[in-house]
Design a protein around this ligand. Structure first.
Ligand code: 2RA
Length: 341
């Protein structure tokens, strides 16, 4: 016997990664359904060495499944997730729709798996924002040892965070420039090829973007409400892989060597950090693609503040930033007997 699972939004970049990771991690699924909108019915998606035919989410009988991994956008989640949960399944939702709902756990297993002790009140568990996930995985071990007072960070986020269309846009713009086909001037403010854009999601009243707001409020809900976090979130011309330059102010002093020892042993992290000029080691987005780990490099003291510590955090935003974290939440539910295979 195994679990019956539906991936809702299976044809999207994250949905496809969910199918791949379920199989890679040998998640005990007796049956997996790939669901999407009507226009994708019949499309074939790989699930390991098997092929799944996409079914219509609108007519699917969710009482047939135990678990639904959703990555179908906030509007669909708001409209459908509670109905699906009422049919009996547990929903792990990748959208931002439910993240700040007090009755919906917001989970990064390496940080707050303890928040999952029974079936959630609404039957919904929220997957955090990709840039938040990799940040809190790296902050958690430092916070446990030296308590973080404040974080100031800049993010460098791949276009895949904006979905397949954003990846296609980078590809076409880059190709156009290479084949000497200049991009129309009025399109330039939005050009991402050979450019960076300090705006991800919409602007809010205070001048922050919603992405920057998510970094702050989600870190508080997942890790510690007392942490003050300020960020500038930037889109960069990279296909996959988010980076975060984080600058911490701690309550207690922690040397870079002590911090490295802590990070080296922490769950979900891989420390790649050497500044010998003849053989430097640090991680770039291209090197994190396809990996499960969140990588940390450039661990340094920040002498401009009391107990300052800086670090560079890199992770595959489609994997740990979305699909892997969702599957790891499902693994926690299994291990705790909240989901029974
Ligand atoms: C982005 N974090 O990178 C947002 C949503 N995935 O676009």
């Amino acid at each position: 016997m195994g679990l019956k699972i539906a991936v809702y939004g299976a044809t999207g970049a994250v949905g496809k990664e969910m199918l791949t990771i379920l199989e890679e991690r040998l998640f005990p699924a007796e049956e997996v359904f790939a669901l999407a909108t009507r226009k994708s019915i019949g499309r074939e998606l790989s699930y390991g060495d098997r092929t799944l035919k996409v079914k219509d989410a609108a007519t699917f009988d969710f009482s047939k499944v135990d678990l639904v991994l959703m990555s179908a956008g906030g509007d669909v989640s708001r409209a459908e997730a509670q109905k699906i949960a009422k049919a009996g399944a547990i929903v792990i939702d990748n959208s931002s729709a439910w993240r700040m709902d007090p009755d919906v756990p917001l989970i990064v297993p390496e940080v707050n798996a303890d928040a999952l002790e029974s079936r959630p009140k609404k039957g919904i568990i929220a997957n955090p924002n990709c840039s938040t996930i990799q940040t809190v995985v790296a902050l958690k071990p430092i916070h446990d040892r030296a308590r973080i007072k404040r974080v100031s960070c800049a993010t460098y986020q791949a276009v895949s965070g904006g979905g397949q269309a954003a990846m296609d846009e980078l590809w076409h713009q880059t190709r156009a420039i290479y084949v000497n086909d200049p991009i129309e001037p009025d399109a330039l403010p939005k050009q991402i090829a050979f450019n960076v854009i300090p705006k991800i999601d919409v602007f809010m009243e205070d001048g922050a973007t919603k992405e920057e707001w998510k970094m702050t409020v989600e870190t508080k809900k997942i890790l510690d409400p007392s942490i003050k976090l300020f960020s500038t979130c930037v889109r960069v011309p990279v296909f996959v892989g988010h980076c975060v330059a984080a600058h911490l102010e701690l309550e207690e002093e922690l040397s870079p060597e002590e911090a490295r020892d802590i990070l080296r042993e922490a769950p979900g992290l891989m420390l790649i950090d050497r500044t010998d000029e003849d053989d430097p080691m640090y991680v770039t987005p291209i090197e994190c693609v396809g990996e499960f780990a969140t990588f940390v490099s450039r661990v340094r003291s920040d002498p401009t503040v009391e107990n300052g510590l800086a670090m560079w955090i890199v992770s595959d935003n489609l994997r740990k930033g979305a699909a892997l974290n969702a599957v790891q939440i499902a693994e926690v539910l299994l291990n705790k007997g909240i989901l029974k295979a």
